[in-house]
Design a protein around this ligand. Structure first.
Ligand SMILES: C[S@@+](CC[C@H](N)C(=O)[O-])C[C@H]1O[C@@H](n2cnc3c(N)ncnc32)[C@H](O)[C@@H]1O
Length: 279
């Protein structure tokens, strides 16, 4: 069967619907990427034009189910264990240090956790630091993609996920299983996985107060106004002085002055200002 074409008008309409719903922004260079990514969805829905697919997403009684499928199809889930390790060292040193000075509880959120490598790396880093016991640690992990979360729940990983993992960590925290490795229960039970859309302020507020948020390699998929909305949403749950970690290609310097950037030799991160007023 030949591919269903997408016109410029259809692309513009679909792009707006996706941006409104998920924040994910497809610029003009991505028209054919979107067209090819969605061919299977059109086929599954029995729809033969993108104009009809847009209508389906707006008015069809089955649209919520289709949006959920779209969340899995549109998200880029690239991730691996111990990504940007210098930021994990800051978690083990600075963030844990602060928690120990103020009551001894630590609350960390992996805001777009994909298939789970990031929050599990947070858990292993904290176990390795031995400064704070698992019972005093809360690690929440959310993502938009139901398919990524399903994989996270299974806790099974193949070689590519371990490209930055020291061998001793694999031996200590994983069991060999069927051409890959399963995360051990003692690490897995430290992480609470759930579905979330970061552009929904009420969903973000429901996550509860956090000492640190890891939102790495996600803002790059959003346009500037959406990036601003998301980091403003975070300011409502981060405690004053709380830590925000972004990916190395991401910056919020020109977006908002709610946060103070901290630049070290090996990492950049942000701290929520003590007396901030939502801008
Ligand atoms: C490239 S992965 C980053 C994974 C991990 N944070 C890391 O740095 O390794 C981006 C993730 O962002 C998620 N995502 C995209 N838009 C989102 C949204 N509006 N709300 C929540 N998660 C979203 C995708 O589903 C995907 O799993």
């Amino acid at each position: 069967m030949s591919a269903v074409p997408i016109s410029e008008t259809e692309f513009a309409q679909l792009r707006d619907l996706i941006r409104e719903r998920f924040g994910i922004y497809y610029d003009d260079t991505k028209q054919f990427l979107l067209q090819s990514r969605l061919q299977t969805r059109l086929l599954k829905c029995g729809i033969d034009s993108f104009a009809a697919y847009c209508r389906f997403l707006v008015v069809d009684p089955r649209r919520e189910n289709e949006w959920s499928e779209l969340a899995s199809v549109l998200s880029n889930n690239e991730t691996y264990f111990f990504r940007e390790r210098s930021q994990l060292d800051i978690l083990a040193n600075e963030v844990v240090g602060d928690a120990l000075k103020s009551g001894g509880r630590l609350r960390v959120w992996s805001a777009a956790c994909s298939t789970g490598e990031e929050p599990l790396s947070l858990a292993m880093t904290l176990l390795e630091s031995r400064r704070i016991g698992p019972a005093a640690i809360t690690i929440k992990a959310g993502d938009l993609s139901p398919r990524a979360l399903e994989k996270a729940g299974a806790g099974f990983y193949r070689e590519l996920s371990f490209r930055a993992t020291p061998v001793n960590m694999v031996q200590k925290y994983f069991r060999p299983f069927d051409n890959g490795f399963s995360i051990k229960e003692e690490v897995k039970r430290m992480v609470e996985f759930f579905r979330i859309n970061l552009i929904d302020p009420e969903a973000v507020a429901a996550v509860g107060v956090m000492d640190a948020i890891f939102c790495r390699n996600v803002l790059i998929y959003f346009d500037k106004p959406t990036q601003k909305t998301v980091v403003q949403n975070f300011a409502r749950v981060l405690r004053p002085g709380g830590y925000l970690f972004l990916g190395h290609a991401e910056s919020i310097m020109r977006l908002t002055d709610l946060y103070e950037p901290v630049v070290t030799d090996s990492a950049i991160y942000y701290r929520l200002k003590m007396n901030h007023a939502a801008d």
